[in-house]
Design a protein around this ligand. Structure first.
Ligand SMILES: [Fe+2]
Length: 373
């Protein structure tokens, strides 16, 4: 297993989460998504075959809703879900509503003992932190096709030693997801050649944490070497933090892609974390868990954004989301658009579902970064 991973830069673990765990996860996410302060006409409204309104919180109703969610959605249901889900980051398929970072089921999965053991073997240390990332709820028809990228800047001067680099991953709570990657693109040897051939073709900011490949600037023909991996419910795909990978558009005949991003990295409080956002990585993990909100930065050191960065340049996108949101939503505020100097109505992240941090065992608390190893 470790050998395959070292060579190819990825690994698929089948049944990393049980079917029951997947279902509990989806239900919790659905309840949180249904409590985003939307006006009644923009709420999730599932119906039984006889047309009776179904309630996610009701156990009997839930089994019917879950059945609907496991299959392809008919046009009416898909439109209803699109209306009922928060719009921010919808095209990416992962809302950044504050409730969606530390869900109870996500915490349980991030700290699963067997995942920790496997991650330790792959990263090469027992003192690990799990990443605190987004849950996925991608609708059919969403996502960019063939979006092949590095989650780091391959042209940055200092690269970490291969042995101690963290792993990234995606755990799938519904089946049929596709993931694309180019095996072997994570090694130091590959990267050396890559930099030589690709750096002259790309302009990238020095502090960038991502590089998206352009199919028209691909001298090594990496797009032709793409491997497409199909994943079943409960499967966990792990990839080396420096592997070239991507997402594909969710076809319309598939169910909603529920899942979570999950990675592990050496438990090292990175000084650059505090330089970027003003709070140490350890303190930020703790405050984020206590308050039940996202940390200031993702593990890639990218800024957490409740609304995508492009909303700054296209404020009408926020205006259209605000149409869905109730007038008394506590997150309503105003925001100064720098380019125009105009103050416009805006929405800031406020938890609407109260949060009680769960009790963690000693090892869970260490993996979560709340107590030192
Ligand atoms: Fe990525």
């Amino acid at each position: 297993m470790v050998e395959f991973y070292v060579k190819n830069g990825y690994l698929v673990l089948s049944e990393a989460a049980s079917p029951e765990q997947c279902e509990r996860f989806v239900r919790e996410v659905m309840l949180l998504l249904d409590n985003q302060g939307h006006k009644p006409e923009y709420k999730l409204r599932f119906e039984s075959e006889s047309g009776r309104a179904l309630d996610i919180a009701n156990d009997d109703d839930w089994s019917q809703i879950f059945k609907i969610l496991q299959g392809p959605l008919d046009v009416k249901t898909r439109k209803m879900v699109e209306q009922g889900f928060p719009t921010l980051h919808m095209s990416f398929g992962a809302t950044c509503a504050p409730e969606l970072c530390h869900t109870i089921e996500a915490i349980k999965i991030r700290t699963l003992r067997n995942l920790y053991e496997i991650a330790s073997a792959l990263v090469g240390t027992r003192t690990l932190w799990c990443t605190l990332d987004r849950q996925i709820q991608k609708l059919p028809g969403k996502g960019d096709d063939g979006f092949l990228h590095y989650d780091m800047n391959p042209f940055a001067e200092q690269q970490e030693a291969d042995g101690m680099t963290g792993i990234a991953g995606k755990l799938h709570m519904s089946g049929g997801s596709s993931f694309i990657l180019v095996p072997g693109t994570h090694t130091t040897e590959f990267k050396t050649n890559f930099v030589k051939d690709y750096q002259p073709l790309y302009t990238i900011k020095k502090n960038a944490h991502k590089l998206t490949l352009d199919p028209t600037k691909d001298p090594q023909g990496l797009f032709k070497q793409i491997k497409r991996v199909t994943l079943r419910r409960g499967d966990f795909i792990i990839w080396h933090k420096d592997l070239l990978h991507g997402v594909v558009e969710r076809p319309l005949n598939m169910p909603i892609d529920f899942g979570m991003y999950l990675g592990y990295m050496p438990a090292v409080d990175r000084p650059e974390y505090k330089t970027i956002c003003g709070i140490s990585e350890t303190d930020d993990r703790r405050q984020s868990f206590e308050k039940g909100v996202f940390p200031k930065l993702y593990s890639s050191l990218d800024l957490y954004r409740y609304a995508p960065a492009k909303y700054e340049n296209f404020p009408h996108l926020m205006a259209s989301y605000l149409q869905k949101v109730r007038d008394d939503h506590p997150g309503r505020c105003t925001h100064l658009i720098k380019s125009t100097g105009k103050e416009v109505p805006w929405l800031q992240p406020v938890r609407l579902t109260p949060w009680v941090p769960p009790e963690l065992t000693d090892i869970q608390s260490k993996v979560y970064g709340l107590t030192p190893w």
